[in-house]
Ligand binder design. Structure first.
Ligand SMILES: NC(=O)c1ccc[n+]([C@@H]2O[C@H](COP(=O)([O-])OP(=O)(O)OC[C@H]3O[C@@H](n4cnc5c(N)ncnc54)[C@H](O)[C@@H]3O)[C@@H](O)[C@H]2O)c1
Length: 333
């Protein structure tokens, strides 16, 4: 199987590629990434000379580039996106460019491709918006709150339309919050580990009561692998662990693992439009594709903390004032 991965130097994409390169039936992995926010070449440095891996620096908006590689591809997996909600609030432009126009460019490239290449597009729970009680199912309406979520929902709509109108083979996955190795130090879990290590305060939006469902990144990658092999074109698959925690609980668990006091937590002004709770019903992928998460939250979190402590050379070059500044959460919106 020949895979074309976009955004494979980011958090989830790099974990996915590392797993794919270990699979016997994967003959080729081309990774196109424009090295924007979230990317780190070090994540896949050890594979740069791997016989079946090829990194290409490029943009998903470059239709000609995509077409060149699509002729030798069986499945395309799109992880490429601008992903930081706070950045999307400060300036949504790049989010529309990569997450909406970039997906349009992918769809047009697929329409021009000689062979029927299947697209697997990695979406997010944030497309549905928040929910106070219960959990969203795949057929529920998308009511996104942030510019990031809106750009991802727009991509979903385009993919659905291209499937219906042009018969393009495409599947959308929507997963909840991921954690694990290779995640940008600006995101909650790595930022908490890094700042706590320096004895710095941990900023927490509002009262820290926002609820997210937490999936270990390797479980998410296995879910994508199941979709790649057994998923049906035109379908959406929700991916979730069922481990729903308040942000305060996640930060407290990290501080406990590090032996640091809860007094490091500093409540700060809430994010505008902050969704209270995300929750997905993932019974479809569990029942139809036999996927379920294998890692317990506590053990996976301990492994994640250990990874960041041991891999300072991975995150140090990415740790700018947004991570270490006394008030890094305060972006200018
Ligand atoms: N992190 C999560 O918790 C989570 C949860 C659910 C879904 N997702 C989705 O999974 C995907 C991957 O998320 P992530 O956390 O790994 O993000 P990330 O920010 O770590 O990585 C995104 C990657 O895409 C690349 N990229 C961005 N724009 C590009 C462009 N125009 N052309 C080529 N490459 C481009 C970046 O350079 C980066 O390597 C995203 O689509 C995101 O919406 C993430």
């Amino acid at each position: 199987m020949r895979l074309l991965v976009t955004g494979g130097l980011g958090f989830i994409g790099s974990n996915f590629i590392a797993g794919a390169l270990r699979r016997e039936d994967v003959d080729k992995v081309v990774n196109i990434d424009n090295l924007s926010f979230g990317a780190n070449r070090m994540s896949l440095k050890q594979y740069e000379r791997h016989p079946t891996y090829n990194f290409v620096r490029g943009d998903i908006n470059d239709t000609r580039l995509l077409c060149r590689y699509l002729d030798e591809t069986d499945v395309m997996l799109n992880f490429a996106a601008e992903t930081h909600v706070d950045r999307s609030i400060s300036d949504p432009r790049d989010f529309v460019r990569s997450n909406v126009l970039g997906v349009y460019s992918i769809l047009e490239s697929l329409r021009k491709a000689k062979d029927d290449v299947k697209l697997i597009h990695v979406g997010t729970d944030e497309e549905y918006g928040d929910i106070v009680h219960g959990s969203f199912k795949e057929e529920d309406r998308l009511i996104p709150s942030s510019p990031y979520a809106a750009s991802k929902a727009a991509a979903s709509m385009l993919i659905r339309a291209y499937h219906r109108t042009y018969g393009l083979k495409a599947i959308i996955t929507r997963c909840t919050n991921n954690f694990g190795p290779h995640q940008s130090p600006e995101k909650l879990v790595p930022k908490t580990i890094i700042r706590a290590g320096f004895g710095l305060k941990i900023p927490l939006y509002g009262k820290g009561r926002n609820i997210r469902d937490w999936v270990y990144v390797k479980d998410h990658c296995e879910a994508i692998d199941a979709v790649l092999r057994k998923g049906k074109s035109g379908q959406v698959y929700n991916i979730s662990s069922g481990v729903e925690l308040e942000n305060f609980e996640v930060v407290s668990a990290i501080l406990e693992l590090l032996g640091k006091p809860l007094s490091l937590i500093e409540h700060v002004e809430d994010r505008p439009g902050h969704d209270l709770r995300y929750s997905l019903d993932s019974s479809k992928i569990r029942n139809q594709l036999s996927w379920k998460p294998k890692h317990s939250f506590r053990r996976a979190l301990a492994k994640t903390v250990e990874w960041y402590l041991k891999n300072e050379n991975w995150w140090k070059p990415l740790t700018d004032e947004r991570v270490l500044h006394p008030t890094p959460w305060k972006l200018s919106w």
